[in-house]
Each structure stands twice: as C-alpha cells, then as structure tokens.
Design a protein around this ligand. Structure first.
Ligand code: GTP
Ligand code: MG
Length: 198
C-alpha cells in the first residue's frame, strides 16, 4: 500500500466523541512501551504521526488518523502501566471496552506484543477478552530486530503453545520491526484484504 496521505483527525476522550464512523477502521493497541507509536510511524512512513508521550499513562485518548481518505487508523491508549491507580485502570477499561465492543466501523484490532519477552499474563488476558467476545484481531509481534533469531523463535513458540490452550488454531500474527520495517507489507495486505471483505 502506498500512503499518499496520513492525516490526524481527532483525539477523543470517550467513545461517544469519536468521529463519525464513515470509513472502515483499524485499531492498534498494546502494553505501554510495546512500540506502538514507532510501528504506526513506520507503517505510515511518517516520522511523527503518532507522538511518543513523555508521561506514559497520562494521555487516555482515542486518536483517529485518516489514511488516503479511505480508512481510519486508530491509536488506542495502552494498558499495563505499573504506576497507574485502580481508578485510572478502571477508566481505561470502561473507555476501551466500550469502544471495542461498539464501534460499528471497526474492522480489525491489531494487538501488539513485544517479541523480546515470553508471554505475559496481561497480554494473554487481553487476547482472551477478544476471544470471549468473538471480536476480530491480529497479533503484531514488535521489536523483532532486538532478540536473537533463536530467542525470537523461542518466544513465538511459547506464545503459540499458550494460545493453543484456548484456541484450536493460533490467531493470525505478523512479526514486525519498526527499525527494519519488517512486516510492513504483510500488515497492509491484511488491511487491504479485510477492507475488501468488509
Ligand atoms: P507508549 O506510548 O509510551 O506506551 O509507548 P509505545 O508503545 O508507543 O512505544 P514507542 O514507539 O514509544 O517505543 C518505545 C521504545 O521502544 C522506544 O525507545 C523505541 O525506540 C523502541 N522501539 C520501538 N519499536 C522498536 C523496534 O521495532 N525495534 C527496536 N529495536 N526498538 C523499538
Ligand atoms: Mg506511544
């Protein structure tokens, strides 16, 4: 996919304030520091489309970007801040779950997973939440340039085993790196394919 235009539309503090659902929408979410902003910037070929916030956990906004006047890319606030209060976490859950369950033009959510580590409960729980509701998602393993090949294979294997405890087939996944641009074409062909199906 050639990105002719990537335009910031709006940061919304709640589901009700999101822009009109007039384009197919693809959301990106993951644990704090998973590499979400870097990946969005890599995919769109823009250096600073998704801003890296200095204070993680503070901004809790749903960010809409319009790509090629054709589809929305949505940068969602991440989960798993060590320092977040219970109140903040509950507010995050309310907002995100409301969005994910009700956004009518949401075609797919990309759940980002740090390829440097073995599976974390918080990620597995989040993936299960999608499974329980039958909501579509694709896993994007991030920072794949960081671990050695062996370590990467090891982490992916453990993920697969963990996921197969709940799924008959492992969920669709793409290995990515913002540094090497790995996975870019694969993510875009998925988006194109899903838009045609929609
Ligand atoms: P928050 O918005 O703060 O939760 O973080 P984020 O998920 O947007 O992550 P961000 O893109 O800000 O990246 C976090 C750190 O990981 C930064 O230091 C990035 O330079 C680094 N990083 C992100 N992607 C990659 C990657 O593909 N490879 C490598 N080696 N480092 C990466
Ligand atoms: Mg970010």
């Amino acid at each position: 996919m050639i990105i002719h235009e990537a335009k910031f539309i709006k940061s919304s503090p709640s589901f009700d304030l999101c822009p009109e659902p007039k384009f197919p929408e693809f959301a990106f979410i993951g644990r704090s520091n998973v590499g979400k902003s870097s990946l969005i910037n890599m995919l769109t070929g823009r250096k600073n489309l998704a801003k890296t916030s200095g204070t993680p956990g503070k901004t809790r906004l749903i960010n809409h970007f319009l790509i090629n006047e054709a589809w929305y890319l949505v940068d969602l606030p991440g989960y798993g801040f060590a320092k977040t209060s219970k109140k903040n976490r509950e507010a995050w859950e309310k907002m995100i779950y409301r969005y994910l369950e009700n956004r009518q033009n949401l075609v797919n959510t990309f759940i980002l997973i740090d390829a440097r580590h073995e599976p974390m409960t918080i990620d597995l729980d989040f993936i299960s939440w999608f499974g329980e509701r039958g909501l579509p998602f694709v896993l994007l393993f991030t920072k794949a340039d960081k671990p050695t090949k062996a370590k990467l294979q090891h982490n992916l294997k453990i993920y697969r085993e963990k996921l197969l405890e709940f799924w008959e087939e492992p969920p669709l996944s793409v290995i990515t790196s913002a540094t090497s641009k790995r996975g870019r074409e694969e993510v875009f062909s998925l988006i194109e394919h899903l838009m045609e199906e929609d």
